[in-house]
Write a protein that binds this ligand. Structure first.
Ligand SMILES: Nc1ncnc2c1ncn2[C@@H]1O[C@H](COP(=O)(O)OP(=O)(O)OP(=O)(O)O)[C@@H](O)[C@H]1O
Ligand SMILES: [Mg+2]
Length: 257
């Protein structure tokens, strides 16, 4: 059946344009931006060990503390390592899992395949994620960590775009705020970067022996701010951001030359 097409009225546009800001949980970030709009899709990219998984867990921890239902879909790490990281950072993390506030869905190779080497079609990949999402139908915060390992499972990786678009459509339909992660920062943006509403890079800035972790808000639809480059800290209770301290600025600029 064909859908009818019509222009939206001003009232409908206004209603749809009303932003409900949410705190994604990174300590200090609301000093720089009001939050991110509820229901949006966020892509977090970065090299290994830059903090992508911790950011995802912190996003869910924040939501769960506020009574929201959350779901963490892991396509790479096992639930055991996720639990270990969460428990190390926040003592109430196991309880939030126990209470069903945070559902962890294991879509890692060992859980979903009989053989480590079995690859899946695009239909199977979408179906696996949909079944994962069904574990917490009311979730208002969703994480899929990571897209890269999902892509690696496809028989034909060129079909990943279609898989991603279907998953994106589904999480949007649910009205959930969603974080996807992906490995590395590509030299030229790929399709996922254009399709999401917000793009965050976690990176290192290296200069001799000084390595500074950085948090870059690379793209943000609706956030009335220039791209933000902030110092990222990973400490005993998770991620926090702050302005690049003046003491690091000479190193920072020298490293750009
Ligand atoms: N409990 C903790 N306290 C402080 N720092 C930690 C703690 N747990 C992990 N870290 C640090 O956080 C870093 C980022 O870990 P995280 O798993 O989030 O990285 P990632 O970007 O998801 O990596 P990958 O691409 O390999 O999945 C680790 O390299 C480690 O140095
Ligand atoms: Mg990770």
């Amino acid at each position: 059946m064909k859908k009818t097409v019509r222009a939206l009225s001003v009232e409908e546009m206004r209603e749809r344009g009303n932003i409900e800001w949410i705190d994604i949980g990174v300590e200090g970030l609301t000093n720089f931006i009001p939050g991110l709009p509820k229901g949006d899709a966020i892509l977090v990219r970065g090299e290994p060990g830059t903090g992508k998984t911790i950011l995802c867990l912190q996003f869910l921890h924040k939501g769960a503390e506020n009574g929201e239902k959350c779901i963490y879909i892991t396509t790479e790490e096992t639930p055991e390592t996720i639990m270990r990281t969460g428990r190390e950072l926040w003592s109430d993390f196991p309880q939030l899992i126990k209470d069903g506030q945070i559902a962890v869905v294991d879509l890692s190779i060992s859980a979903t395949y009989t053989s480590e080497y079995s690859l899946v079609s695009k239909e199977e990949a979408v179906d696996i994620v949909m079944r994962g999402l069904a574990a917490q139908p009311e979730a208002s915060r969703i994480v899929l960590d990571s897209l890269s390992s999902l892509e690696r499972r496809l028989v034909d990786p060129t079909e990943f775009r279609e898989v991603f678009m279907k998953v994106l459509l589904e999480v949007k339909k649910r009205g959930a705020t969603t974080i996807f992660t992906a490995e590395g920062i590509p030299p030229t943006p790929d399709i996922t970067e254009y399709l999401v509403d917000h793009l965050i890079y976690l990176d290192y800035h290296k200069h001799d022996v000084v390595w500074t972790r950085v948090f870059i808000l690379r793209k943000s639809r609706s956030v009335p701010l220039k791209p933000q480059i902030l110092k990222l800290n990973i400490e005993k209770d998770g991620l926090s951001v702050e302005e690049i301290p003046i003491s690091l600025k000479p190193v920072w600029f020298a490293s750009k030359i």
